[in-house]
Design a protein around this ligand. Sequence first.
Ligand SMILES: *[C@@H]1O[C@H](CO)[C@@H](O)[C@H](O)[C@H]1NC(C)=O
Ligand SMILES: *[C@@H]1O[C@H](CO)[C@@H](O)[C@H](O)[C@H]1NC(C)=O
Ligand SMILES: *[C@@H]1O[C@H](CO)[C@@H](O)[C@H](O)[C@H]1NC(C)=O
Length: 255
Amino acid sequence: MKPTIPKLPLLLKPFFVSLFFSFFLLTFLCLSRSPHHRKPTTGTPPPKKSSSGGESNDLRIRPGYASYETYIQHQLNKTLNPKLRAVWTTRDWERKVRVFSRFFQDLKQRHFLFNESKALSIGARVGQEVAALKLVGVSDSIGIDLVPRPPLVIKGDFHAQPFDNGTFDFEFSNVFDHALYPWKFVGEIERTLKPAGVCVLHVALSRRADKYSANDLFSVKPLVELFRESELIAVRKVDGFGLDTEVVFRKKNKV
Ligand SMILES: *[C@@H]1O[C@H](CO)[C@@H](O)[C@H](O)[C@H]1NC(C)=O
Ligand SMILES: *[C@@H]1O[C@H](CO)[C@@H](O)[C@H](O)[C@H]1NC(C)=O
Ligand SMILES: *[C@@H]1O[C@H](CO)[C@@H](O)[C@H](O)[C@H]1NC(C)=O
């Protein structure tokens, strides 16, 4: 007898409500999954140092990279350049290995590097630095770059190193200026270094590097800010293929 029709909307109410929310949720998910939002895998914001007198002006990221892909493409363009690669592996090879050997020999004499060190060269190109490390007796050494060159260099992005935490005793790089995210570059070094591990960077402070550089560095100060888990232990002038300053950090032992 009772009419059943008025009951129907009441029963349907939860259904419509959930339909409404599902639609909302779907729209939100679609929007947040657009390619533009997914890409910045390494885009952690730069560390804000509470003590700093403003973000150091001595480190400037070069504008003009629309996306991480554009940046990687640009870097690959240099690394894959057949003419450059030919020069690196022939005419350049001996000279570079000789000069890097001297740098590494010197670091050994200063007890920053040992035959037994597990060593990494970051942005190793065709592997001259790794060859030099092996030449001075550091046999357990490897390099990473966007383009691998086995057995000396394996594929790896310095913004996301393909290694576990605490892997290396020693890391060397002369490509800091290529880092689009310097805080990530340094963060990865500190992550993969063992406690008390040493990082040596060759950087250009007094001249601007090439068009493949992604940042410009004008003093050691930004590095000291970026290496939050390490201590600056040495700075000196070097003549390293356009790079003029050698900076040495030691990762702190965990307290
Ligand atoms: C790569 O280099 C070539 C010439 O060497 C140039 O024509 C091209 O535009 C470059 N591409 C990028 C993505 O930089
Ligand atoms: C380290 O290795 C080099 C080259 O193989 C060798 O000449 C040197 O004696 C070694 N040094 C030590 C302390 O073992
Ligand atoms: C590795 O180190 C990072 C940064 O120091 C830390 O966030 C992460 O939890 C560590 N991972 C492991 C497996 O210990």
